[in-house]
Design a protein around this ligand. Structure first.
Ligand code: 5AD
Ligand code: FES
Length: 366
């Protein structure tokens, strides 16, 4: 059997190599982390980019088995932040030189919702002299909707595949037309064709998930040639169907460690993509996101959701920063990022380098 040190010398990684890295014992995982950290610095430098996260609505038409804001969870008070509240959060991001915002919501595809997002995008561009970059994370939409939002100013889109193994996907989603694995793959393809920088990701430590599944998730990211990735530990939520399988879960600490190894391994596989330090890491370890930055992540998403709504956007238990206001969140992040040996890319969009080279290759060949 190969050792971690031997695998780290390779340029290409087979599924077995990745499994071995994900299985690295405490005594050898530091080799993986040193390599991923070094690679990040060589390829991308020390900069970390901020994306101010605005969770503007928790109304959702989906029923994913893991998610606390799933449609059937009647314990949740549903909200829609007003345009003014959303724009205020974006103005805060702009004034504090965040560079970009992420607008995230439950999945709604009504005409009114599509139009509303379109209007918001235009207003965010206007209020920031076109300076704020905008990422959307509003679920699966039609090709036409993706295009309309792109033309209104969004240029990055996050849509996690959640699990790239079709069988596992249907263990964590209902087997219905509204939760089709094929449609999810198709949506990722449409996003790419529209011209977005495309981000996807998975949850780590799900019940029924194996290390082989996770290794294949990494190869899936490479195969569909993503520009960005956001992945974090799965955290159980009492009012969801997946909670009944909690006895199958690894400890939270183990899921956390596995998530760090996934980030490090992805950095080896795709050195020039943007990798976000997921908020779920912080739900397990208060310094979780900063630890992710030291092993390969280069994007962090401070929460700018108006405080009153945060307790209703609980995707999972122990979600952090429920009552910190935006200013506090920013101050504590800044100090911690400096501790983690990084610099903040103020006022920069921090686009995925991978996207830039992907597009220039496309232009050369056309
Ligand atoms: N634990 C961790 N992540 C979760 N998400 C949803 N529910 C959970 C959970 N219980 C993630 C999904 C989704 C993203 C917005 O939040 O991956 O894509
Ligand atoms: Fe699908 Fe929330 S209902 S991620």
């Amino acid at each position: 059997m190969k050792t971690v040190a031997e695998i780290l010398q390779q340029q290409e990684f087979a599924v077995q190599d990745l499994i071995l890295l994900l299985n690295a014992a405490d005594s050898s995982k530091h080799l993986l982390f040193e390599r991923s950290s070094q690679l990040k610095e060589n390829v991308l430098g020390k900069k970390v980019y901020f994306r101010g996260l605005v969770e503007f609505s928790n109304v959702c038409s989906k029923d994913c088995y893991y998610c606390g804001i799933r449609k059937s969870n009647t314990n949740v008070v549903r909200y829609n932040a007003s345009d003014e509240e959303i724009l205020e959060a974006c103005r805060f991001a702009w004034q504090n030189r965040f560079g970009s915002v992420v607008l995230q919501s439950g999945e709604i595809s009504s005409k009114a919702f599509v139009k509303r997002v379109e209007g918001l995008l235009k207003k965010i561009k206007q209020l920031s002299n076109n300076e704020l970059g905008i990422t959307l994370s509003c679920g699966e939409q039609s090709r036409d909707t993706f295009l309309r939002w792109f033309e209104s100013g969004a240029h990055r889109y996050l849509l996690r595949i959640e699990a790239s193994n079709r069988q596992l996907y249907y263990k964590i989603h209902p087997d219905s037309d509204n939760h089709s694995f094929e449609k999810r793959l198709e949506a990722l393809q449409h996003l790419k064709e529209t011209g977005y920088q495309v981000g996807t990701g998975v949850m780590i430590g799900l019940p029924f998930q194996t290390l082989k599944d996770l290794a294949n998730d990494l190869l899936f990211f490479k195969q569909i040639d993503i520009d960005m990735c956001g992945m974090g530990p799965y955290i159980e939520h009492e009012h969801t169907p997946l909670y009944q399988h909690r006895h199958l879960l690894q400890s939270r600490k183990e899921r956390f460690d596995l998530a760090l190894k996934m980030i490090a391994a992805l950095r080896l596989l795709m050195p020039d993509i943007n990798i976000a330090a997921a908020t779920a890491l912080q739900a397990i370890d208060p310094a979780g996101r900063e630890k992710a930055l030291t092993v390969g992540a280069n994007v962090i998403m401070p929460n700018l959701t108006p405080c009153d709504y945060r307790k209703e956007y609980l995707l999972y238990e122990d979600k952090p920063c429920l009552d910190e206001d935006a200013e506090l969140c920013r101050n504590c992040l800044e100090a911690r990022i400096e501790l983690a040996g990084s610099e903040i890319g103020y006022n920069e969009w921090g686009d995925s380098k991978h996207f830039t080279s992907r597009i220039s290759k496309l232009n050369i060949s056309s």
